[in-house]
Design a protein around this ligand. Structure first.
Ligand code: FMN
Length: 244
């Protein structure tokens, strides 16, 4: 976004500054036809971007994170949490909820002519740099809708779009244990699927009903600080795995 400020290696650069530097170059070509000027402008932009990158002085594109929410409720606290995480993760991470409520139950017989919602969700996940799971706990385990999504994404055998992806799990509950059981049942499946789940920090958000205002906005300072640290660690985790 224009005016956004980035700090890399102690040097600060803003989008506005880049634009100013391009404009400063343009007058040399004021005599040229418009099309030449536009070409020159594009060339100047690319040159500056190249030199900025060479100096390590640029704003990298955010990592694309597919978010799977384990609740279908309109007023789901986990969805509120996912939205709050999305706000806190910017600009390094771009969080995007992938809807999983309309996925037909996994059935191997359907693979020969796989249902369109399966293909769509597999495509979304394949295009993502990482996955974030935000889930309630149902009967000390993973809600069926989320387990079904994991099953759909893990197949066909040998073509799982989850394999090797950096991932993190956040669970939340009105209870004090914050969905600990769901988080670990989910981790069990993810480990078996070769998903690179961030081990720590762990995030079990307890007493979740007390953390949001009537508009669904997070209004609890300590939780906000904790979640900021969590998304910071997740960003570092994704960056580390993306380099290797
Ligand atoms: C079928 C079912 C089972 C539940 N089991 C648990 C449980 O094991 N542990 C827990 O902390 N909460 C449990 N709950 C309560 C949920 O944590 C609570 O409804 C929560 O708000 C659901 O998340 P959501 O607000 O994102 O929909 C259960 C709720 C349902 C509907």
């Amino acid at each position: 976004m224009a005016g956004d400020l980035v700090e890399r290696g102690g040097v600060r650069v803003t989008q506005i500054e880049t634009t100013r530097r391009v404009k400063a170059l343009v007058p040399f070509h004021q005599h040229a036809p418009h099309v030449v000027s536009m070409r020159f402008r594009r060339y100047a932009m690319l040159t500056i971007a190249f030199h900025s990158m060479a100096r390590g002085n640029f704003m990298p594109a955010p990592y694309k994170v597919a978010v799977l929410v384990g609740s279908l409720r309109k007023k789901s606290f986990n969805r509120m949490l996912a939205n709050a995480l999305s706000e806190l993760a910017r600009p390094e991470l771009s969080l995007d909820i992938v809807e999983i409520g309309a996925l037909p139950f996994y059935n191997d017989d359907l693979e020969a002519d796989a249902p369109a919602p399966w293909l769509a969700v597999r495509e979304r996940l394949a295009a993502a740099d990482a996955v974030l799971f935000v889930t309630p706990e149902y009967n000390r385990s993973v809600p069926a809708v989320l387990k079904n999504a994991v099953d759909v994404l893990s197949r066909p055998f040998g073509s799982s779009v989850l394999r090797g992806k950096p991932a993190a799990v956040v669970s939340a509950s009105p209870g004090a244990m914050g969905g600990f059981g769901a988080s670990h049942h989910l981790r069990q499946s993810l480990v078996c699927l070769g998903v690179n789940v961030m081990a720590s920090p762990e995030a079990y958000v307890g007493n979740v009903t007390a953390l949001f205002d009537d508009n669904g906005a997070l209004n609890h300072a300590a939780t906000t600080e904790f979640l900021k640290r969590f998304v910071g660690a997740f960003h570092a985790w994704i960056a580390r795995l993306s380099k290797s």
